[in-house]
Design a protein around this ligand. Sequence first.
Ligand SMILES: [Ca+2]
Ligand SMILES: [Ca+2]
Ligand SMILES: [Ca+2]
Ligand SMILES: [Ca+2]
Length: 322
Amino acid sequence: MTVPFSKFAVVGCAAAAAGCGGKSGNGPANPPESVGTPPPVTTPPPTPPAGPGTFVNMTDASGISFTVGFLQPLPNPELEMILPSGAAAGDYGYDDDDGDIDLLIVRGDGGPNLLYRNTGNLVFEEVAAEAGVAFTKSAVANYRHSSPAFADLDGDDDLDLLLPGLDGDPSLVFASNGDGTFTESAEELGLDDAEQGRGIVCADFDNDGDTDILQLHMHADNAATLWMNQATNNWLSVRLRGDAPNTQAVGARIVATIAGEDYLREVTLGSNFASHNPTDQLFGLGAMTQVDTLTVEWPDGERTVMQALAANRELVIDHPQR
Ligand SMILES: [Ca+2]
Ligand SMILES: [Ca+2]
Ligand SMILES: [Ca+2]
Ligand SMILES: [Ca+2]
């Protein structure tokens, strides 16, 4: 189901360059296509060694392995390893939001986007075609996008996906249908940009409860576009104040329960390619007027639980020991 979207509006460009915020003028969209599926993981992943500062390579065991031989071959197989153009992490939901952080990887010209659904226990399943995001509008190449970001663009609390285009190909916006699938909606949202996208910041710049977008470009005459969201949804903004030195509570998980559904936001830094979103977390509530329960899981294991929070305000929550 496609939800009714509010239009975005361009309010700022570094220069009035042709094509800034305009229609793409590109060729017709290509339908989603199937991508290769990695072999099922039949052995349990290894147990990481104990102790801080130690790592173990989980790539193959996790199912996130997409280099040569996984997708259709390229003339120069080495290209497939150097073309990935960014990844986005977020709990996009699958039937329902399951509390596991999923991954979207764009691969430049190396093949379709990859959506890795986190099945738990560090095992991922590639589901881009089923979810509707193995998709391109490119008229000049296969898949030309960069700097993907998860953000709730239409204020219904489900995370949507924004993929800026490269080399004149239009941006893609995958609006969540709330059931683990997406509908490409760039034109409906007014976000059918056709710039040389590099870097995205998704933030509520004017503090009116909707997510605006700063998109950076690799163009000397048009360095950035600021897209202001015209949505009218209810919302709740949450700012965490952690113990020093982690005063922004990086690593905290915030779960908002709204009408029986759980929505997860994880506080991160460096969320997007060459840029990042603020640590404040914005929950779009659609027409709902309250968050029934808000649960904060702090990085040190402490929990804060709040009930019956009225919409349309910014909450500042301190760590229990602060
Ligand atoms: Ca998930
Ligand atoms: Ca959404
Ligand atoms: Ca806003
Ligand atoms: Ca707005």
